[in-house]
Design a protein around this ligand. Structure first.
Ligand SMILES: [Cu+2]
Length: 231
């Protein structure tokens, strides 16, 4: 048995190992994620701490819903694909805190990625992260230049970040094991390209909405429309 074949067999036995190949005849999954029913009205969030620096209020940015119901910042991803196009998700992410905002607000990283946390603000923050409802890590971020603390993100799925000092500060990170994902745009649309023909589970994740999973079959070179209404 050739060494290359052994390597492929070993990789195939570990479900989290993604193998890059040169997929031919790839199709795509595309569509729109919209809000089911009447969207929540845009909300202002009042700031109680460090108003001099953070401002007195700001727009709530958890639900970002367009005029025709499209929901922005939904992760659409395939969960059961173990080989295909080149892995594109970053293996590192810098999370800054600027004007009492986490920057970036939403990101996707690969499994095992390192997050480097820092702050440009002269006020105390913290990064309290939750995955599947439990605290993943909780670190204080002092108002000090050149402070940096790093954590590894080992488990796939959505992570919510919240500052316990400034309750309105939110961010989200989604950890993937393969490159078949997209983040919806302003109108809720997305596209996952270069999908090898086959049947897969397509899933959504949003920091407030319930998750959904459905089976989708991608024919060779074909584009499959998959829309979903979030609740
Ligand atoms: Cu804060």
């Amino acid at each position: 048995m050739s060494a290359a074949l052994v390597a492929v067999l070993v990789a195939a036995s570990t479900s989290t190992t993604y193998v890059e190949t040169e997929p031919g005849g790839g199709g795509a999954i595309s569509g729109r994620i919209t809000y089911h029913g009447t969207p929540p009205a845009p909300a202002r969030v009042s700031v109680s701490m460090d108003r001099k620096y953070c401002g007195a209020s700001r727009d709530d940015d958890t639900w970002l819903i367009g005029p025709d119901g499209g929901v922005k910042n939904v992760i659409v991803y395939l969960s059961d694909i173990n080989s295909g196009k080149k892995m594109t998700a970053a293996q590192s992410l810098t999370l800054n805190q600027v004007g009492c905002h986490y920057v970036p607000r939403i990101s996707v990283v690969g499994q095992g990625a390192t997050i480097d946390i820092k702050s440009s603000d002269p006020v105390l923050h913290n990064v309290h992260s939750y995955q599947e409802g439990s605290t993943l890590f909780n670190v204080a971020v002092p108002p000090r230049q050149n402070f940096q603390i790093s954590r590894k993100l080992q488990k796939t799925g959505g992570i919510k970040l919240k500052c316990d000092v400034h309750n309105f500060m939110r961010a989200a990170i989604f950890v993937v094991s393969n490159p078949y994902y997209a983040i919806t745009g302003d109108d809720g649309s997305y596209e996952i390209a270069d999908v090898p023909p086959g049947t897969y589970t397509v899933n959504t994740w949003h920091e407030l909405a319930g998750a959904v999973s459905e089976r989708v079959t991608v024919p060779p070179g074909g584009v499959v429309a998959w829309d979903h209404k979030l609740k």
